[in-house]
Design a protein around this ligand. Structure first.
Ligand SMILES: [Mn+2]
Length: 347
């Protein structure tokens, strides 16, 4: 048995660079996913939350998505609502299952009476299709229902990770589920028997250079197989700081028709190169960009920073550089830096 797992499609999200074209790209790739499912006899597509960017998405976008999904009659689609988090019993976030949920609209509800579209909610948390049991979890791994089924699949929208405000990913390992389909984080990541699909189509500018769009192909069972299938022609949105020739070359190497670049700031001696780069329609300068004057002090500071940076874990390096750049740029005084750090990290 094979299932396709996607999440965080965010239909209706606003994207400055692509405008309405983003929806066309999302739609085209959804279609590609289903065509692929039909071709490979895949029975199930699981959508682990945030299919829509908000509960106020217009019907002109929501309807074609449901029509597309409903049209593939041989494929069962199992959807859970997303949402950011459950805070004091109140669900916040994107297509959260609130009073005004998109899934409660009369026109949308009608689609859930079709045989091939299934919505799991806290009131209706599981469904058994062709001997496979799908259980929705809402910010947590659901309690396993010990019912006879070939496979038990959980679908959860929530923040699992090693940071303090996240749910311990060990929760994902100590369960009898065959697979846990996760949504929420926009980067694909595997934790043992579970995985984040990541954003179906990337749409946010980020500093991460390796973010992909795509879906997860899962073969549950004793030899569980989790494979990520990337869409190589999907757009990429890069946020960059141009502080050296190397930064500049790395941007030039990555630029192509599908890559959009936002320059957060640059070193003043690179101004001519930056202007040249800006001639490309896919490159733009942030309205609030910074320009760093290359005086001797900043250069010494920057060189020292780069030399010592490798002593820190990789996941912190980007943030360290970014903070220090901000301070160099602002020529902040010690009390200002101290105040900034105390506020930011509540220390
Ligand atoms: Mn999301």
């Amino acid at each position: 048995m094979t299932l396709y797992h996607i999440a965080d499609v965010h239909i209706g999200v606003k994207n400055q660079r692509l405008g309405d074209k983003l929806f066309d790209i999302q739609y085209k790739h959804l279609k590609r996913l289903y065509e692929d499912a039909v071709k490979n006899n895949v029975d199930f597509v699981v959508i682990a939350g945030d299919l829509f960017d908000s509960n106020s998405v217009p019907m002109s976008l929501a309807r074609p998505v449901f029509e597309l999904i409903a049209g593939y009659r041989g494929v069962h689609t199992i959807i859970i609502p997303g949402g950011g988090a459950s805070i004091k019993d109140e669900i916040t976030g994107h297509d959260a299952y609130t009073k005004d949920s998109i899934y409660k609209r009369v026109d949308i509800k009608a689609y859930f009476s079709r045989d091939n579209i299934h919505l799991l909610t806290p009131d209706n948390p599981y469904v058994k299709i062709k001997d496979v049991l799908f259980q929705g979890g809402f910010f947590e791994v659901p309690d396993y229902i010990d019912e006879d089924a070939l496979y038990h699949i959980a679908i959860v929208h929530g923040a699992f990770g090693k940071n303090e405000d996240e749910i311990d990913p060990k929760r994902l390992e100590d369960t009898p589920f065959d697979y846990i389909a996760l949504g929420h984080y926009h980067k694909h990541r595997v934790f043992g028997k579970s995985a984040y699909a990541g954003a179906f189509i990337q749409f946010e500018f980020t500093k991460a250079k390796d973010l992909k769009s795509g879906f997860v192909k899962v073969e549950p069972g004793p030899k569980l197989n989790i494979e990520y299938v990337p869409f190589d022609d999907a757009p990429r949105f890069l946020k960059v700081e141009l502080l050296s020739k190397e930064d500049l070359d790395s941007v030039k190497d990555r630029l192509n028709d599908n890559t959009f670049v936002q320059i957060e700031g640059y070193l003043d001696e690179l101004e001519d190169d930056v202007m040249e780069l800006l001639e490309n329609d896919n490159v733009a300068l942030n309205d609030e960009h910074f320009v760093i004057e290359s005086d001797g002090t900043s250069q010494v500071f920057y060189d020292t920073l780069l030399k010592n940076l490798l002593n820190y874990p990789e996941e912190y390096r980007e943030e360290i550089v970014s903070l220090i750049m901000r301070f160099i740029h602002k020529k902040a005084t010690f009390p200002e830096v101290k105040d900034f750090l105390q506020k930011r990290y509540e220390i």
